[in-house]
Design a protein around this ligand. Sequence first.
Ligand SMILES: [Zn+2]
Length: 199
Amino acid sequence: MIDDQSPVAILFSGGTESTALYRYYRERGIERLLLYLRFGLAWEDAELAHLRKYYPDEECEVIDCSLSNLYPWKESVRTVADNILPNRNLLLCTVASTHLKRYHPRILRVAMGTLGDNRYPDTSREFFDRLEELLQLSMQEPEFRIETPFYGWRKGEVYRKYLKDTPWEERIFTCHTPIGNEPCGTCMKCQAFVRMKEG
Ligand SMILES: [Zn+2]
């Protein structure tokens, strides 16, 4: 039987929510495996550089599943509509659970940092409940879970509880158009990060 202390795989990007998620499970003493999925997006090299810099001792596995032909890079991501990658969470959970089934069959919990932002079509808890049920059926793993502990929180609440005024803040990397491995300071994600810190 799995329970709240069972090992968990964290879908990790190093952004605000997944950094907080890492801390959330670490504080509870839960064994963690970080999973980073590479889809071929423009910011992934910079995210991975941050991950290796700030989490050198953490167990982290990078899964290559390039979708660059399906998720073309958009030079100007200015709105939420520009930022929607179709089936993104469906793919993340499906690939992650397939990886676990193959390499870590004892890990039956996958954690997502989603807040349930209703501007995106694939972040509701109903969506994750239905996907969880489908993956349980598909993998014949009735205990498989998709966990969203920050569901319903605002981004600023997550930041203030887990990331503000700690060494954690400098670990966060969130940018669509990094310059080298550093945030550009002007893109939609960089601006949202500044607003979040100010708010
Ligand atoms: Zn940026």
